[in-house]
Design a binder for this molecule. Structure first.
Ligand code: OSB
Ligand code: MG
Length: 368
């Protein structure tokens, strides 16, 4: 396939409700959409999961724009590609900037699958027909507000509840959820809000029989996490610390975690995500697909990768209406009985609503 034109859009979508983590609150989501066009008029779509500000990782909408415009797009534009896996090799001289790479690579995967007239899930090697999904609930103003959110999502059928925690909004919240809802599949995500100085506090998490605690310690750490994991019964799941198969290998060798959250953006694309999945499957380490408040485009990529066999735990691939009044894709992603059905149309499997994309576009550039 030959990519003859690339359109880069800066778009803005307003979330239904603010989403709060230990690092900040998002209400308006500003992000980049990538369109790759081939000579036959087919289009592949990708979404950058870089946020406006560098609070989750070091990337931002603007750094992604720079990397795409000045480095990554020139590497693929006009080039004959046989397979999207080639992006990993082409991009390898460029250090990091994983989300920028993933946005372009994801668009190329979509285009490739459309050209093969195959759903992206199948092009990636996924065989599942539906995937179990969970939901991620942001930090709330008080415990009653949190209990209302948990109740709402349990009613909607979600198969696992994840709550964001931070010092001062943690054990009491978890205790209240257990008291109210009993033995539901429950986990907590700290987004690096703790240090080893909080060991005695973190030990109290063990009382709640959580499925896991996600990224309790620093975003760039695997050593302190190994010390913590030896002290806790609750499995640690790493999110921010993992960018590659080598990161996973080293973390497992040290005993830093027992579960891996795979985010396509954080690891640099679908090909690296699949490699991490394959490695974890070979090591008997459960994985699940994380989310970054994606629009339908990124959500569709997440649904596709989560169709691989090793994604044995419910992911953060919730329904479009979890965050959006109106999504960019048709039909919207829906959850029935706690499952999302893998679409069988070619590529990402959902139609991109071009009118809606135009309405939310703040700026766009075309490269040819
Ligand atoms: O740590 O998983 C995270 C959202 C933004 C940044 C980081 C994270 C999250 C979520 C929400 O937990 C996942 C989602 O529903 O998209
Ligand atoms: Mg996380």
């Amino acid at each position: 396939m030959k990519i003859s034109r690339i359109v880069l859009r800066h778009v803005m979508m307003k979330l239904k409700q603010p989403f709060t983590t230990s690092f900040g609150t998002t209400l308006e989501k500003s992000f980049l959409l990538v369109e790759v066009h081939d000579e036959e008029g087919l289009v592949g779509y990708g979404e950058s999961t870089a946020m406006e500000n560098p609070l989750y990782n070091e990337e931002t909408v603007k750094t992604n724009h720079h990397m795409l415009r000045d480095y990554l797009i020139p590497l693929v534009l006009g080039r004959e590609l046989r397979h999207p896996d080639e992006c990993s090799t082409l991009f390898s001289p460029i250090r990091r900037n994983m989300m920028a790479k993933a946005a372009l690579e994801g668009a190329i995967w979509d285009l490739y699958a459309k050209r093969q007239q195959q759903p992206l899930s199948r092009a990636l090697g996924g065989a599942k027909e539906k995937i179990p999904v969970g939901v991620s609930i942001g930090i709330q103003s008080d415990i009653p507000a949190m209990l209302r959110q948990v109740e709402r999502f349990l009613t909607e059928g979600y198969r696992r509840i994840k709550v964001k925690v931070k010092p001062g909004a943690d054990v009491e919240v978890l205790a209240a959820i257990r008291r109210e809802f009993g033995d539901i599949p429950l986990m907590a995500d700290a987004n690096s809000a703790y240090t080893l100085d909080d060991l005695e506090l973190l030990r109290q998490f063990d009382e709640f029989g959580l499925m896991m605690i996600e990224q309790p310690l620093a975003h760039d750490d695997i050593v302190d996490h190994a010390i913590l994991q030896r002290e806790l019964r609750t499995p640690i799941c790493l999110d921010e610390s993992i960018h590659s198969v080598d990161d996973v290998r080293r973390a497992l060798q040290l005993g830093s975690c027992r579960i891996i959250n795979i985010k396509v953006g954080r690891v640099g694309g679908l090909t690296p995500a699949k490699q991490i999945h394959d490695y974890c499957l070979s090591q008997d380490i459960p994985v699940w697909c994380g989310g970054m408040l994606e629009s339908g485009v990124g959500r569709a990529h997440n649904v596709a990768i989560a169709s691989l066999a090793g994604f044995s735990l419910p992911g953060d691939t919730s329904a479009s209406d979890r965050y959006w009044e109106q999504d960019l894709i048709r039909p919207a992603v829906t959850v029935e009985n706690g499952y999302v059905t893998i679409p069988d149309a070619p590529g990402i499997g959902y139609e991109v609503d071009r009118d809606q994309v135009e309405r939310i576009t703040v700026a766009s550039e075309t490269y040819r």
